[in-house]
Write a protein that binds this ligand. Structure first.
Ligand SMILES: CC(C)(COP(=O)(O)OP(=O)(O)OC[C@H]1O[C@@H](n2cnc3c(N)ncnc32)[C@H](O)[C@@H]1OP(=O)(O)O)[C@@H](O)C(=O)NCCC(=O)NCCS
Length: 153
């Protein structure tokens, strides 16, 4: 597995991975309406371009394929964090998160935070994150539960 920074040419594959991961990996935790509202975010092209241009975006590459990606905003906030449905439980999230934490430390950040799905919560707990709040977000009229989580660096 290689880790490298993303460029704008990776965007389409990242978006495909994002949709497929939510639809398959998160389907036991969110109903079809919620999955639809969540994946609708992929249509916000400007947001995604801004992520690539302004955030620290790491890809895990296996063969020629993106196996997962994670993004760090402002040196202390994990914005996107998704592992490909066919590459779950192979230590890829572990590797990406370690790299994001190294980057956060370079920014002298004291804490790293994120808004974490029900699906990803056990992984982040294992990695030392604590739940600060349960959140009910309304997207396209649908309620989506996630957790504000935080880790001291
Ligand atoms: C959560 C997620 C990022 C984990 O990715 P992953 O590459 O499969 O995780 P890793 O293989 O690095 O897991 C490392 C350890 O974390 C723990 N872990 C990972 N996923 C877990 C789960 N679903 N339940 C319990 N523990 C889990 C395990 O201890 C695991 O070690 P093990 O496999 O030896 O038991 C991945 O399942 C995912 O993409 N989920 C859906 C997307 C999502 O919700 N993203 C977050 C948006 S906020």
């Amino acid at each position: 597995m290689d880790i490298r920074k993303a460029t704008i040419s990776d965007l389409a594959e990242m978006q495909q991975l994002y949709i497929e991961t939510i639809q398959s990996v998160c389907k036991n935790d969110y109903n079809p309406e919620q999955i639809e509202a969540w994946t609708y975010g992929v249509k916000n092209k400007e947001r995604w371009i801004e992520v690539i241009e302004k955030q620290f975006v790491l890809l895990a590459i296996i063969g020629n394929q993106i196996a997962g990606f994670g993004t760090l905003k402002d040196g202390n906030y994990i914005d996107f964090f998704y592992i490909h449905k066919d590459f779950q439980r192979q230590g890829i999230a572990d590797k990406i998160l370690n790299e994001l934490e190294i980057e956060a430390r370079k920014h002298h950040s004291k804490i790293i935070t994120s808004d974490i799905s029900i699906t990803a919560k056990p992984f982040f707990e294992k990695k030392g994150f604590a739940v600060k709040a349960e959140q009910k977000n309304i997207r396209l009229g649908v309620e989506l539960i996630n957790f504000k989580m935080e880790k001291e660096l």
